[in-house]
Design a protein around this ligand. Sequence first.
Ligand code: FDA
Length: 394
Amino acid sequence: MAQTYDVVVIGAGAAGLMCALTAGYEGRRVLVLDHANKAGKKILMSGGGRCNFTNLATGPEHFFSANPHFCISALKRYTPGHFVELVERHGIEHVEKAPGQLFCADSAKPIVSMLLTECEWAGAEVRLKTRITSLERRGEGMRLETSSGAIDAGAVVIATGGLSIPTMGATGFGYDIARQFGLGVTDTRAALVPFTLTSQWRERAASLAGVSCSVTVEVGEGRYREPMLFTHRGVSGPAMLQASSHWQPGMALSIDLLPDIDVAGELATLRHEAPKRHVSTWLGERLPKRLAQAWCEWQGVTEKPLGALSKREVSRLDGELKRWQLKPAGTEGWRTAEVTLGGVETQAISSKTFAVEGLPALRFIGEALDVTGQLGGFNFQWAWASGVACGQSM
Ligand code: FDA
C-alpha cells in the first residue's frame, strides 16, 4: 500500500522547508524528501558559514530571469521583514554586515534549526537519505516511487535547487522532471562564481592571493562597486562574483581600480607639484601596497618619478587603472558557484501558486526555477518567498 500525503516536497533546502512548514500550518499533511543525509546543507555553508539570509532592498531589479515579472508577486507577499520577524521570534541574533545584507551573528546553524523546528510544529515530516526513482501523474494527484516505498500525493513540489556544488547534493532533478512534464528549461550557467585567468595573469593573481581592494567592475549590462580579491586561480570577491552573472566566454571585464580618484587629473597636477615622488609611492597610498608594487612592475614604472611621466604615459596609466581590461579564461564552474543562472522556464507556471499550468498537482519553487538573484541575500529571499506563496496555496 502506498503512503499518502496531501503534499510531498522534494528537496529539504531553503525553499522546500519553507514551503513544507507553510503548507503544514495550512492544515496539510506534508512530507519532505531529500536524498542528502542532512537538511539545509547550502544554508549551513552560505555566507561564509553565517548565512546572508535576506536583503532588505529585495525587489525584482535584483533578479535575472527570461520572465522578469514572474518574481514580483511572491516577493511582494513575503518580504524580508516577514523573514526577519521569524528569525527574531526564534531569538536568532543577526547583523547587517553591508547595507541591507542581514547575516546570522555567529553561525547559520540556527536558521536550519528554526526551519526544522517550524516543520515539526506544523506537523511536516522530513525524511532524508531517500532516493526518488519516478514521478508520475495519478488521477488528480501524483505517484512517487522512492527508496522508502511508493507514495501518493495530492501535490508534489519540486524544490531541488540548481546545479552548484554537486558535492553538497545538487542535481539536475528539477530540470529532468520539468522536461518529463513538457516544460522548457533555459540554458543554465554557473553564476556568483570566481573567475580563472590564463597563464601570465594567473601567475600575477597568484602572487597577490589574499589581496583585496574596492573596485568598480563593468561587464555586459552589469556594473558593480564592490571589493575584488586576488586568488591562486584568478579573481574573486563580491565584485567578481556579481560580474560573473553577466559574463560570457570571450568577454573582458573593465575594472576601475581607483573608483574614487580622477587619475589623469591627479597625475597631471602631481607631475608639477611633486615631480620627485615615485609612481609606486603615489599608488601605494591609494591601493594595498603589494598590489601597487606589482602593478607598477607590470607597467614598468616602479622607479619612475611623477615628473618624468609624459602626457602619453599619464594617459596610458589612467587607462590601465581606470579601465583595466581583464579577460578571464573561464569561471571556477559548478564546483564553487553559489547559484545557477537559468532553470525551469516560468511562462507555464503560476506566479501566485507556483503550479504548472493545467497540472496543479505539480509545482516548482526556489532556485530550480529560472529566477536568480544577485549576491547579497536575494537568493534566500526568493527561496523563502516562493516557498511561502506555494505553501499557502496548497
Ligand atoms: P537548495 O539547493 O537549498 O536545496 C535543494 C535541496 O534539494 C537540497 O537539500 C538537495 O540535497 C536536494 N536535492 C537535490 N537533488 C535531489 C534529488 N535528486 N533527490 C532528492 N533531493 C534532492 N544565497 C543567499 O541568499 N545568501 C548567501 O549567503 C548565500 N551563500 C551561498 C554560499 C554558497 C557556497 C552557495 C553554494 C550558495 C549560496 N547562496 C546564498 C545561494 C543559496 O544557497 C541558494 O540560492 C538557495 O539555497 C536555494 O534554495 P533552494 O531550496 O531552491 O535549493
